[in-house]
Design a protein. Sequence first.
Lengths: 581, 362, 234
Amino acid sequence: MSVLETQGFKLDNSGKRVVVDPVCRIEGHLRVEVNIDSNNVIRNAVSTGTMWRGLEVILKGRDPRDAWAFTERICGVCTGTHALTSVRAVEDALGIQIPDNANIIRNLMQLALQIHDHLVHFYHLHALDWVDVVSALKADPKRTSELAQSISAWPLSSPGYFRDVQNRLRKFVESGQLGPFMNGYWGNPAYKLPPEANLMAVTHYLEALDFQKEIVKIHTIFGGKNPHPNWLVGGVPCAINMEGAGAVGAINMERLNLVSSIIDRCIEFIDMVYVPDLQAIASFYKSWTYGGGLSSQCVMSYGDIPDKANDYSASNLLLPRGAIIGGDLSKIHEVDLRDPEQVQEHVAHSWYKYPDESKGLHPWDGVTEPNFELGKDTKGTKTRIENIDEGGKYSWIKAPRWRGHAMEVGPLARYIIGYAQNNAEFKEPVDKLLHDLGLPLTAIFSTLGRTAARGLEASWAAHKSRYFFDKLMANLKAGDLNTANIEKWDPSTWPKEAKGVGFTEAPRGALGHWIRIKDTRIDNYQAVVPTTWNGGPRDSKGQIGAFEASLMDTPVAKADEPLEILRTLHSFDPCMACSTH
Amino acid sequence: MTETFYEVLRRQGITRRSFMKFCSLTATSLGLGSAFVPKIAHALETKPRTPVIWLHGLECTCCSESFIRSAHPLTKDVVLSMLSLDYDDTLMAAAGHQAEAIIEEVKKKYKGNYIVAVEGNPPLNEDGMYCIHGGRPFVEVLKETCADAKAIISWGACASYGCVQAAKPNPTRATPVHKVITDKPIVRVPGCPPIAEVMTGVVTYMLTFDRIPELDRQGRPKMFYGQRIHDKCYRRPHFDAGQFVENWDDDAARKGYCLYKMGCKGPTTYNACSSMRWNGGVSWPVQSGHGCIGCSEEGFWDKGSFYDRVTDIKQFGVESNADKVGGTAAGVVGAAVAAHAAVTALARARARPGEDQNSGEK
Amino acid sequence: MLSQQDMLEAERHGRQVRSIYVYEAPVRLWHWINALAVVVLAVSGYFIGKPLPTMPGEASDNFLMGYIRFAHFAAAYIFAVGLLGRVYWAFVGNHHARQIFRLPITNAHWWSEVFFELRWYLFLEKQPKKYVGHNPMAQLMMFFFFTILAVGMLCTGFALYSEGLGLGSWADTLFGWVLPLLGGSMQVHSLHRLGMWIMMSFVVVHVYAAIREDIMSRQSLISTMISGWRMFKD
Ligand code: HEM
Ligand code: HEM
Ligand code: NFV
Ligand code: SF4
Ligand code: SF4
Ligand code: F3S
Ligand SMILES: [Mg+2]
């Protein structure tokens, strides 16, 4: 067996090969294989995206104004962010300026997505990696109540309340039909929470499940539905009418009041439930420092949430923009999505075909041609894969690189860059959290760091929503009701050829769509997605991606129970439908 | 010890009396005599929650996302008390072989008595390896799991029709569930995604009445898909009056006129949006100013732009719409007729001086 | 066989009598009612798909789309009932009444007549032939571009109509199956609209041919459709 060195990791594929497929509690289809040495430590990690739909192929030849709807269906979890990225790409290509109100409404929708996605991720996709549901049955409701009240003023915290939840849970468990909790890793020594904390977390799992459906009503108001609200090239489809006849069918005072009250409730829930829970859980897992992966080396963020409309320069973006390489926090590199040398996608180990697979391609020149072939050392057959061969092609995800580096993207990357930029909005909450937990800065380069950054960001997004809501009201007071620019709606006004790029910071990280338009139709469309960055396979130089790096050198308590693997993978909130599209 | 269906109903605030009434109604609707009422009651009082296996093929998970938005019943009540969601990749605690073992267990233990809910669809190209599950083609897992099921729910446009990945040229040959599973009752619940309460409504109907709902020609529950968006649209008076939004954000848009000219597919789309609305009744696409894109209709991705009513007809291979094809045809025919008339006139004029047309050989 | 018989009939009568009774009254009546209905259908249909500019005022004071759609549906019923009546007459009327419903496609002579007419229209024949009923070429056109198309418009039209009447309505029971068959409601709209254009193309050619033949072919046409009598000019 061989040992390969890359990015400071030693990939050793001797030892026991453990396969996790399907990886659950994520979006889509992911397979992971790791090699575990005799001490149960992960020495090699292989992440395989196991689905592909061909959206980039399907988009060819279509009307660019329709593209948002197609790309929105890349993912229903980060619903809307692809649509926003898409309309931005088309607007960039055609030189369309959107009204300020449209920019604000788009930001409100994007922020609502961040809040929703992070909350659902924490409680419903990630919590069970830290929380032992069955142990919650052993909790004393009174002490649970004390614990809850000691960390937050959230009113739902009486002993009786926790007892009710516990009773319901008991009945459920005793019914013998465990539903989604069936075959979980309950009792695994990697679970560290006391029963009371477990009961509190389970209770909030249910509360968050009720609450999440309220957050998305911001999408419903402006976009008509959620998941998959509607968007528009040139602005937003919802018209505003504050006082005229027919205002009941438009964005009016009642609608705005509803948005405002949802924002208040989001701020409340996140600051009084989510963040305190996060901190409480973290305090029990402080010593579990694994999963940092690439985060201490290479991270990147495109930035998002333009303060003023139509200005996508770093200084106007409220989420940080930049790249850090080699762990040098003192130097933030500029990211230029138009530069053919910067963002490139490789397919040496991906199930696609390039004319020359030793090189990457910039997305404007990107090619998406499926090519399913397994490496020669694959164990099993084409339709019965037992062990994948990472020496060959092994994933439906492409491998994006920034100036040749594998990068981690996502909330943690954004916070690291914001921190390194000395941006108080990002630095202060990190310092406070670390201080409260008694941890050094290096602790954020970890699984838990990723999970924490997401919680902090949810809070940031909730408060920023308030800022943008107030801004919208100021515009309306000033008499500006515009929501769409239709100057270039008609394709006959377009140039014969155009190309553009749109970007956002999706919940899982930096997202870009590159479009080429020819004769009013899409000539090429390429999406490079957060989970493509994080979950991608090796590149032509053998460099590993963020998922693979993060699993390296992690000890697992029980080799046949992949709890630690799930925990670290989940900290990225993998979205496979996004990653492969 | 088991929380039974009866207990669940009781906890939902349903009295013993109405429970018995429900049992007798069920007996009647199943064509059973009143002697069966206590039997049904007994069955419901002791029956375990119906296991549901929720599979994911090629999809975007937004049907799951929609499902958890349900306000009545609350998703937590559905999951904790009404059914037993034993397998769902998106929510379940277990992974890998511990997850796969559940499917086997449910199949054995509840043979013929579990429901399979499918989100997404199986691709058939590349031997099915565009969607891999446990190292195998998803389509195999789907077939095996459905083999012993009582009924199947096809969630969303993906499972029902193919949806976006089946849009032309459908590179993976993504195929709707009923084309792969042909020997089981299938309820199609289209929409991209379907409305949350439509989803929970279908499920609870099936659990309550222990049968699949009445379906229309396309296998959709009539109760939610029996009418078009347009039939119940609150902007319909503007349509009938001939009052349309002519441009985004124009005066008519601010007044909430009909979105027909902006391409609204409400007149050709069967769904419950215009009456049930979305996310607890907050709004729905037309109310928020964008036309319906027809997301619950078969192949809605390939019916031309979302912003035209007179849209492309792809059968012609080229992208063209009825007015372009037909108008061109009519134009060509008109021109040909004119030319023909001209030639005729010319021929006649030339013929006249010489011999009279009518003095032929006859 | 019919058209051959027709031709003989014409040739024979051509020398002896100057006119024959071809189109019985119900056919003539139907023809003009149908022509009117089709024009109303096409015009109203066009504006259903591409409505007129927005009406000012309150919605409750206007009903333009409603009236246009009413005109369409009213004409549609007339069109449908007329066609049914015409089918009935094909059974009870004279043999000319059957022409637009039945093509003698196995009759080689008939085909040669079709090609003769084609040559005539292409100015390759000097002398036209005389026919009591339709000339074979016209018959072919009528069959495909009117009869078949009319049935198609009827099926798609009533399928669309059934959507308004609702599931379980008579129209749904009779025509509802058309919707899934043709790929859904939107597709049926598009095809129905395309049908309108094809029908219009037919009408243009048909009217032109009628006038032209009236002038050129030594027999009456337009007045035949009015009086029923085919007059032979020589
Ligand atoms: C020669 C015969 C006909 C012509 C030329 C014609 C033409 C049209 C056209 C152009 C449209 C607009 C399609 C669109 O753009 O969506 C239309 C719509 C329609 N037609 Fe017809 N049509 C004919 C016969 C019929 C018949 C027999 C019916 C039966 C009731 C019918 C019922 C309808 C209906 C229900 C609509 C849709 C109306 C709406 O969406 O509001 N049509 N027709
Ligand atoms: C929408 C308009 C029209 C339609 C759909 C239509 C349709 C038809 C059909 C189906 C026939 C065959 C009748 C039968 O054999 O039962 C026919 C015959 C005829 N139509 Fe029309 N027609 C239209 C308008 C007109 C107009 C405007 C004229 C006169 C200018 C006209 C002149 C004739 C004549 C002369 C015949 C008899 C042809 C012959 O004798 O072979 N039609 N038409
Ligand atoms: N990766 C990814 Fe997404 C996100 N966030 C999008 O761009 O999840 Ni479905
Ligand atoms: S039907 Fe639409 S919403 Fe549902 S999974 Fe498929 S793409 Fe997503
Ligand atoms: S907005 Fe759409 S659904 Fe509503 S009346 Fe107009 S066309 Fe119909
Ligand atoms: S787009 Fe879909 S959500 Fe409803 S209004 Fe139309 S069916
Ligand atoms: Mg891509």
